[in-house]
Structures are given as structure tokens and as C-alpha cells.
Design a protein around this ligand. Structure first.
Ligand SMILES: [Zn+2]
Length: 101
């Protein structure tokens, strides 16, 4: 079952916006170099800044997805089925699970 999460929307949007801006910036720089508008040195600097934005955006997005996944799912110690964290018994084998909260 999907849970309604509150207040997480905008935290997730920032790195996605950084990533998107980095990609757009990178493509713009490449286009401007191809058109001869930007010199090679300035173009390389712009490319480096855009790459950093893409990398930092991706780094922020990836761990938050992993952390969320680890927090919501519990592995049954008896049958190794993936079980929701709030379940108090395994739906697959019926083993009782100790909840952390
Ligand atoms: Zn089980």
C-alpha cells in the first residue's frame, strides 16, 4: 500500500531542478560552442559548471531514493520475503516481526 508522505515534495524537487538546469546548461553550452558564439575556454568552463550541477543533482537524488527504500522495507528473517516496515507479522510465512517503533 502506498503511504501519503507529507512535506517531502519540495526537498525532492531541488536536486531534480539542479540536475535539469545542469543538463539544459550543458546542452546550451554545446550548442553555443557549435554556433561559434562561445570561445572554447569559456565553453569548457560552462561545460564544467554544468557537469558539476548534473553530478551534484544526481548524487542528491540517488541516496534519498535508497534511504527511503531501506526505511520502508524489512526482510523477513525466516523466509527473506520483503515485508512492509509496519507489518507485525510476515504475510508470506506468518513469522512474527519486531517493529522498531
Ligand atoms: Zn516470512
Amino acid at each position: 500500500m502506498a503511504e501519503v508522505t507529507e512535506g517531502e515534495g519540495w526537498e525532492g524537487i531541488v536536486p531534480i531542478a539542479v540536475l535539469a538546469l545542469g543538463i539544459v546548461g550543458y546542452l546550451s553550452v554545446l550548442t553555443l560552442i557549435a554556433l561559434g558564439v562561445l570561445g572554447t575556454a569559456i565553453g569548457l568552463m560552462g561545460g564544467a559548471v554544468s557537469s558539476l550541477m548534473i553530478i551534484s543533482g544526481a548524487v542528491f537524488i540517488y541516496p534519498s531514493i535508497r534511504r527511503k527504500d531501506d526505511g520502508e522495507v524489512f526482510i523477513c528473517p525466516r523466509c527473506h520475503e520483503r515485508v512492509g516496515r509496519r507489518a507485525d507479522s510476515c504475510p508470506a510465512c506468518g513469522a512474527e516481526l519486531v517493529s522498531e517503533d
